[in-house]
Design a protein around this ligand. Structure first.
Ligand code: RRO
Length: 311
């Protein structure tokens, strides 16, 4: 039975639902080209600021048997670097540009600049960086998020998306979904960013695994899969007119399948891609196709959002 992993959404065509999470394999042109040249269905850039940043001191990323912790601190080459990349891109697959201004004004400036370029790429505005000392995640402040989204829509007329942090309470899912549903040109949300401010410890040396923020950092990998699935599921249910992109804990075809079963239109690889490199895309696509074939599904639409519950 031939399995088809392709999808169409927002006028975009993807041969596969897998692409890189912002932050992984996407800071430099070489890394972006490697994703573009791989089996990934799309390419995402590192979140950018107006001015290039070095980020936090090292060690700032560590992987364990169960996932990863990072406090990179938004190292990036500055928005112009990624916009230049977007101008030179061949668009044989979709390109998403992640934006993470240090202020609302910075985000508006970058969105206006992107608008004026009239490129076929789509912005994903990062409302959820957990690693800037002294700076809380915007998307945990619902009033500030509403204000920011209204301003984005004023400046940027095209479709755009946001990267959300994980939420942990049904009331917060409902409040955030109601807020996001007010903005028609907000067409997709990516769930989830890393689970912020975890702490991993090396038992032998009794030391934190990473240096910034006394060892606190965003968790990814196995640690976050159930949280990611819950966020995908709830936002997909509460925002039927929008696309939810799943991110968190995907390391094989099984987790990719679960994200899509929860309602994800497409899915992103973070920790697994960082650890395995771009070969992960072809491997997980093969595993997803095999799993679908074994279950008798031939397209992603056959099972997307069809999670069964006991009630
Ligand atoms: O660069 C980072 O420290 C970082 C960012 Br901007 C983000 O959104 N999520 C994350 O885990 N790390």
């Amino acid at each position: 039975m031939a399995v088809d992993l392709s999808l169409q959404w927002l006028g975009l065509s993807m041969a596969s639902p897998l692409y890189n999470a912002s932050g992984v394999m996407c800071r430099t042109r070489d890394e972006l080209d490697a994703v573009a040249g791989s089996a990934a269905g799309a390419v995402m850039t590192k979140s950018c600021t107006l001015v290039a940043r070095e980020g936090n001191p090292e060690p700032r990323y560590r992987a364990t048997a169960l996932g990863s912790i990072n406090s990179m601190g938004l190292p990036n080459e500055g928005y112009q670097y990624y916009f230049d990349y977007a101008q030179a891109f061949d668009y044989r697959k979709p390109l998403f540009v992640s934006i993470a201004g240090m202020t609302l004004e910075d985000n508006l400036y970058m969105l206006a600049a992107l608008r004026d370029l009239r490129l076929p790429c789509l912005p994903e505005v990062n409302l959820s960086c957990p690693n800037l000392p002294g700076k809380p995640q915007l998307a945990y402040d619902f009033a500030a998020t509403a204000e920011a989204l209204a301003a984005f829509c004023q400046v940027y007329p095209g479709p755009f998306g946001v990267k959300l942090p994980p939420y942990f309470d049904p009331v917060h899912f409902a409040q955030m979904a109601a807020l996001l549903n007010r903005f028609d040109s907000l067409r997709f949300v990516t769930c989830i960013n890393s689970v912020g401010n975890g702490l991993l410890i090396d038992l032998e040396s009794e030391t934190t695994l990473i240096k910034p923020k006394g060892g606190l950092g965003g968790l990814g990998g196995d640690y976050v899969l159930p949280t990611a699935l819950a966020n995908v599921r709830e936002f997909a249910r509460l925002m039927p007119e929008k696309h939810v992109i799943g991110c968190g804990g995907i390391k094989s075809g099984a987790e990719a399948f679960m994200h899509i079963l929860c309602g994800a239109t497409a899915v992103q690889l973070g920790t697994c891609l960082q650890e395995e490199g771009v070969a992960a895309f072809a491997r997980i696509e093969r595993e997803l196709a095999d799993l679908m074939a074994a279950k008798g599904y031939t397209t992603l639409a056959d099972f997307r959002g069809r999670l069964k519950t006991f009630d």
